[in-house]
Ligand binder design. Sequence first.
Ligand code: ASP
Ligand code: MG
Length: 457
Amino acid sequence: MRVLKFGGSSVADSEAIGRVAAIVARQPGATVVVVSALAGVTDALLLLADTAAAGGNCQPGLDALLQRHDAIAATISHPQRRQLAELSISGFADSARTTLRAIAADGRTHPALLDKLVAVGELWSSRLVDAAVSDAGVESHWVDARGVVKTDGRHQAASPDFEATVKCLDRLVRPWLARQRVVVLGGFIGSGPDGAPTTLGRGGSDYSATILGACLAADEIQIWTDVDGVLTADPRVVHDAQVLPVLSYEAAHTLARFGAKILHPRTMEPAAARGIPVRVLNSFRPDATGTRIGPAVIGGAAEASAASSRADIALVEIRLDHAPIEAGAIARVFGELHDAGIAVILAELCDGRLALAVDAAADLEPLQRRLSGHTTVQVTLGKSAVCVVAAPVAREARLVFDALTLLGTTPIHLMARPAGAATLGLVVDTADALMVVKQLHDGIVARPCSPAVQGVA
Ligand code: ASP
Ligand code: MG
C-alpha cells in the first residue's frame, strides 16, 4: 500500500483538489491520502486565535474561511456527498467558534486550545478531498485523524506514540485498505493520551505521512507539493538550484533541520527506521520524476550535495565553572534540552564554553533557571544556521546525550556535531582514549537501536 500526502498549495482550491483526485485515481489500490489544510488556512486560524485572545471580533474571519470551504464543497457533483461535505464543514466551523470563545474567555492562546482550533483546518480539507476523490470515481473513506494518530500529548510539537497509533490503524484504517479502498485523513493532527487534539508542529503533515507509512508498513510514501522535488538550495536564494533526483534519508533530514522548508524536520525519522522510500513530487506537474529519498548507498548517487539555511536561531553559550568540563555536566544540559523538547541544531564545546544553536522560539527560561548557580548562560538572538550536506551520515537525536552520559566524569575538550549527523567527534585525554572507545562501543555501537543509557536525566 501507499501513502500519498498533499500539501496546502496542492489542495488550495477546487481546481487543485481536482488534480489531487486525478493523481489518486491514477494509482489504484490500497492508499492512504494525507492532506494539509488549504493554503493559508492554518495561518488564518492562528490569527483568529490572536484576535480572540485580544478581545477582537472573529466572526468575519471565520465566515470567510467557511465560505472558502463551502465554495469548494459546492463543486462536488454527487448530491449526497456534497451535502455530507457541507454538513461536516459547518460542524467543524461550529467547533472552531466554540474554541475561539474559550480563547476569548481565557484572554490568552493556550497551546491546547490552539491545537483544538487549528485541527479544524485539516478536518475541513480532508472532508473536501474525500468527497472529491469519491466524485472522481474512486471509493474512498474519511477518517478523523485525531482518533488515529496517537501522540505523547505535547501540544504544538507532539511526538507520535507508534504502538497506540498501530492499534488505532488496525481498527479504523486497515479494514478499508484490505478492501483496496482509499482512506483520506488530515495530516498534522492527532490526539494525546487524554484524547485532546495535538499537532505535530508547523508543516507537520509530512511527518503524519511517514508516521502512517511506518505504522502501516507502506511500500512507498509520496509527498506531493508545488515544486519538482528537493532542490540543491532554496531557489529564491540560488536561482539555478537543481532538483536532486535521489537523496539519502540522512541528507534530507539534515537539510530539513537546517531550514529546507520542503519537509518537516522529523519527516525522515519513521521512513528511515522502516526503510520506506519517500518520493517528493509536484502535484502541478505530476509527470515530473521528483526526488526519491532512500537509504544511502556509499559512493552512490544518493550522496548528493545541497545547502540550506535557517533563520531565527538563538546562540546559547553556557560556561560551567569547572575546568575541564566533565562529560556528565554536559550530558545534563542535553538531558534538560531533550526533556524540554528543544532540538539542538548545532553544538560545539571548546575551552570551557558550550555553544548551542537552537530555535529562537524555544523557551530557554526553565533551562537557564535550572542551570543557574555554577553556570552562566548567555543567549544571543538574530542568528541563522547554515548547512552543507555532502555525505550521508545521520543517526538519532539522542546520540550526544547518550555518549556523554556514558562517559560520565571523563573530561571533554572539544565536541562538534552538525545537526542530524550521526557523527560525534570528541577530543579526550590520550590516557582516557582506549576506555572511551570501549565505553562508546559497548554502549552505542554494539546497541545501535536501544537507548544506551537508562535511568539518567
Ligand atoms: N496545516 C499545517 C501548517 O500549515 C500543517 C501542514 O501544512 O503540513 O503548518
Ligand atoms: Mg509543508
